[in-house]
Design a protein around this ligand. Structure first.
Ligand code: ZN
Length: 227
């Protein structure tokens, strides 16, 4: 069985990303033999991380972390938004496959986040109802950034919104899933946020304190809803 602690899982993704960036990808567990093995084995004992990422073709999750078959349980949606189906998928990854790590991965120059910003600035482009539903999920993140009183510490509105959208996704996930809240509280899963840089190929890992902050915010929202 693989070493499947939260720390070793995060380290494996970080080291894989380092290999990818330095053009030294090892393409582990990617051979046809691995697919034969996958047929016979249970992914529970192998997959190390559940990863929520954007659908963008420039963010191929297994490639950028240099992982292979049975390594990551991947949930993708434009703008890495977390609606009910994504929450259910994360519950499969964390609750059934029991990955010790959950990563929410945004990326630079995200088109879905940019469209949300454009909409808020009054762009009148017609979007389909389904795309509007994605934009509605991202909107609170952009509004949060635009309402910040302090400056954006050198970040553009798009850069800051991409980061905030990761925490918005985690907020939505926690709100929708008692299972994930319980797993997090019990220390069964470590949660990490990261931004993939389209130009360098590297993943910038965000401050872990945000995760506990988002959890605390959700807890108080839930307590208030009960009152
Ligand atoms: Zn994107």
């Amino acid at each position: 069985m693989r070493d499947r602690t939260p720390e070793s899982a995060l380290k494996a993704l970080q080291e894989g990303n380092k290999r990818f960036v330095t053009n030294e990808s090892a393409h582990p567990r990617s051979s046809y033999e691995q697919t034969i093995m996958a047929k016979e084995l249970d992914q529970n004992y192998h997959a190390i991380a559940t990863v929520v990422a954007c659908s963008d073709s420039r963010v191929p999750v297994e490639r950028i972390f240099d992982v292979g078959i049975m390594d990551t349980f991947v949930v993708r949606a434009a703008g890495n938004v977390i609606g009910v189906e994504q929450t259910g998928s994360v519950e499969y990854g964390v609750g059934v496959v029991e990955t010790p790590l959950l990563v929410i991965l945004g990326h630079t120059n995200c088109g879905a986040v940019q469209t949300t910003i454009d909409k808020l600035y009054g762009c009148k482009d017609e979007l389909t109802p389904s795309i509007n539903a994605i934009i509605a999920k991202i909107k609170p993140a952009v509004v949060n950034v635009l309402n910040r009183e302090e400056d954006l510490k050198g970040q553009t509105v798009l850069e800051a919104s991409v980061e905030q959208n990761i925490w918005q996704g985690l907020h939505d996930l926690f709100m929708q899933s008692k299972l994930i809240r319980d797993k997090f509280v019990n220390g069964d899963v470590k949660i990490a946020g990261g931004v993939y840089d389209l130009h360098t190929g590297s993943v910038h890992w965000l401050d872990e304190k945000n995760v506990t902050q988002v959890f605390a915010n959700v807890q108080s929202e839930l307590d208030n809803n009960k009152k």
